[in-house]
Design a protein around this ligand. Structure first.
Ligand code: MN
Length: 717
């Protein structure tokens, strides 16, 4: 008696065996008996662990993991994956420990189950964070072993099939997550069958009414199309057969969610999308693909601009095929996909094709390699960002609306639609991006923000000491560029914060007649430990960013013994205007050198400088520990923004006259607005760039002397 029969014999009678039998007949078709036995063993263990548990639908719990395993068996996944699918909930939902699984099924299966369990175990603050973080964890697990995500996808697919059992709000949440995350991942990995099912199930739950409308009209169309479909298929088969190309021709199923998306993106009516005949032609080799394409074009006229060669340029998930659209009988469009059998396997199963035909060919390794490459780039990205940023970034990657462009060497780069020359530079290499100064598109010099289009050749010019411009963040679209620029700025800011933080501490210590140098090392280390701060430099950074208050820190650093508290204010911190991103100038009162000023520490942002008569100070003064006294350095050498108001006679050309007068004092005008007062006068508001109060006084005097000007004042906050 074989092992299978012995286990089956021991199972309690009931419905659960039918699911198991279906699974067994599937795995037996492609796995050797000893591996089938392993799967049975997993079943026995799982059934025992979950015994007594029921799903919300009332079925015994074990039916769920068995169905998940069956989904993987359809993809011909290996025995450890199938076993892991059967066991995927035992760590989480039963007292079973990972060690038990290691002992019984070996490390491989145990790690897979553990990986899947970890994806479900994370606790979160908010929904958005939860989604982002679970997604991030999923990707990380995937990097370890891509089969973890395959098990997870199968789990989700079965949960989607049985969604009806859940209360509606929960249903919608799961469906939304499925459409936003799981289906795109399945798509990114090329697992078409799972992607389509997840999309249709998600769509059905989110928009039941729209789903029904499309379903009905698709059914009706199918009825009408049958005869036509057969006729076209026959024509194509005969044509191919007559030239000796071995080919199978079949009609192609349309998917509801795909139709719906087309309606949205192409804003075309349902009837136009449904009334399209879809065919797939499968041939033996790549040459035959192109020959078949020629033949098809000879029989039906191709629609211009609708031919796509995904064989020469595969999709990012490894998908390859020729796509063309033809004018069929009565002008009805016919969409034809032409591909080889191998390509077809990859098109249906993507990364899973790798397990189906392990040793067979290079082709099935391509999606695998692409997926790895993708995961690697995600890993690089994830170090630098918080989870929500990360999810935003990955979403760009998951929706492959791409353009293909060439490097000067003829290499093809794939970029999302809307990508700019800067995105291209970063796609080539982070260093190229960080040092790019100009770009040429098709050999013509263009601005770096130029959007690149399909087929263009892009060349990036770099300079050794060039640096990324913060403004680039506003127009780049790729995750890689955005992350690299943000990183660069973050590091720059951290450096600046540390310098400022050290000065703040020195200032605060001054109150105790102490200097950083003379601090007791022991006490310093003690304080670092108490605060949980890694090292002195990190402490300076935190001080500079306003995350810690220097006076409090100074007090705890100065030991009782040598605390000589000097009455009076500590010496103010001097502002030179060169502190960078950690010192900012308030836009309410526009302080400029020579103005009496105060500094306000805001956590994470550093010091905000206000004029000391700024109205906003009143509110801030309630938190005296956040205020620090600051003063301008004697010779500040940069431009600051200041705002003035000019009341003038309402007369043609007066704005131009005032502007010319300002320009004469070598001040730049940043911004002008005009407020109409009444028929006779108007108020002009200028934001100017200038050096200090002396220059401001000159500007004001100059304007004041103009004949049409009634009043000129600096804006008070
Ligand atoms: Mn599950």
């Amino acid at each position: 008696m074989d092992y299978a029969a012995s286990i089956l014999g021991r199972l309690p009678k009931g419905s659960r065996a039918s699911g198991l039998n279906r699974l067994l007949s599937k795995v037996k078709s492609y796995l050797p008996q000893d591996q089938v036995n392993q799967i049975l063993d997993a079943y026995e263990f799982g059934a025992a662990a979950h015994s007594g548990q029921k799903r919300i639908s009332g079925e015994p719990f074990i039916s769920h993991p068995v169905e998940a395993a069956t989904i993987l068996a359809d993809l011909h996944l290996d025995a450890p994956s199938i076993a892991a699918a059967i066991l995927h909930d035992v760590i989480e939902d039963t007292p079973t420990a990972k060690e038990q699984l290691v002992e019984r099924f070996g490390l491989e299966v145990a790690e897979l189950v553990d990986g899947v369990s970890k994806l479900d175990q994370i606790k979160f603050k908010s929904r958005a964070e939860a989604q982002a973080e679970s997604f991030r964890k999923m990707l990380l697990a995937m990097v370890e072993d891509i089969r973890v995500i395959l098990v997870k996808l199968a789990d989700r697919t079965h949960n989607m099939r049985t969604l009806e059992a859940l209360p509606p709000p929960k249903r919608r949440r799961i469906a939304k997550e499925t459409l936003e995350i799981y289906a795109p991942i399945a798509n990114r990995l090329g697992i078409n069958s799972i992607k389509l099912e997840l999309e249709d199930l998600g769509f059905k739950c989110m928009y039941p009414h729209r789903y029904k409308v499309i379903e009905r009209s698709l059914k009706r169309a199918r009825g009408n199309q049958n005869r036509f479909m057969r006729r076209i298929a026959d024509t194509l088969r005969k044509a191919l057969g007559s030239t000796g190309i071995e080919a199978s021709v079949e009609g192609r199923e349309k998917h509801l969610y795909g139709i719906y998306k087309k309606m949205l993106t192409k804003s075309r009516p349902l009837s136009e999308i449904v009334d399209v005949f879809g065919f797939r032609v499968i041939v033996d080799n790549v040459d035959d693909c192109y020959r078949a394409l020629g033949l098809v074009h000879k029989h039906y006229k191709p629609m211009p601009g609708r031919f796509k060669d995904y064989i020469a340029i595969p999709r990012v998930n490894g998908y390859q095929s020729l796509h063309t659209t033809l004018f069929g009988p009565k002008g009805v469009p016919i969409e034809v996909q032409i591909r080889t059998q191998d390509m077809h396997r990859v098109a249906e199963s993507g990364i899973a094709a790798h397990w189906q035909y392990k040793a067979s060919d290079k082709l099935t390794a391509a999606p695998q390699a692409r997926a790895r490459e993708w995961l690697k780039s995600l890993m690089e990205m994830q170090d630098a960002t918080n989870s929500e940023e990360f999810l935003e970034n990955v979403k760009v990657d998951l929706f492959p609306d791409k353009v293909y462009v060439f490097t000067p060497n003829g290499d093809i780069l794939r970029l999302p639609r809307g990508a700019t020359a800067v995105d291209f530079a970063y796609a080539v290499h982070t260093d190229v991006g960080n040092r790019c100064v100009a770009a040429k598109i098709d050999r013509r010099l263009v601005p770096l923000r130029s959007v690149i289009k399909n087929g263009q050749t892009v060349q990036i010019l770099t300079a050794r000491h060039a640096k990324p411009n913060p403004a680039w963040v506003n127009f780049v679209v790729t995750a890689k560029a955005r992350t690299a620029i943000r990183n660069y700025l973050k590091n720059l800011r951290r450096g600046e914060a540390a310098v400022l933080g050290k000065r703040l501490l020195a200032q605060a210590l001054g109150e105790f007649s102490m200097t950083i140098r003379r601090l007791s090392r022991n006490r310093l280390n003690e304080v670092l430990r108490e605060l949980g701060v890694e090292d002195l430099n990190s402490l300076y950074e935190q001080l500079g960013l306003g995350e810690r208050m220097a006076p409090l820190l100074a007090r705890s650093l100065v030991q009782n013994s040598d605390r000589k508290h000097v009455a009076g204010e500590p010496a103010p911190l001097t502002i030179a205007g060169t502190e960078g991103m950690v010192v900012n100038y308030a836009r309410c009162c526009f302080p400029i050198p020579d103005d009496p000023i105060m500094g306000y520490l805001s956590a994470g942002k550093g010091v905000m400088v206000h004029r000391d008569n700024c109205r906003n100070l009143a509110g801030y003064r309630k938190q005296p520990d956040k205020w620090i006294s600051v003063q301008w350095e004697a010779d500040v050498n940069r431009q600051f923004t200041v705002e003035i108001q000019v009341e003038a006679v309402n007369r043609m050309g007066v704005l131009a006259e005032v502007a010319a007068n300002i320009a004469g004092t070598e001040s730049n005008i940043d911004h002008v607005s005009v407020m109409e007062r009444d028929g006779d006068t108007s108020t002009l508001v200028f934001q100017l760039q200038l050096k200090d109060r002396k220059q401001l006084a000159r500007v004001i005097r100059g304007i004041h002397a103009m004949p049409n000007v009634l009043r000129v004042t600096r804006t008070r906050a």
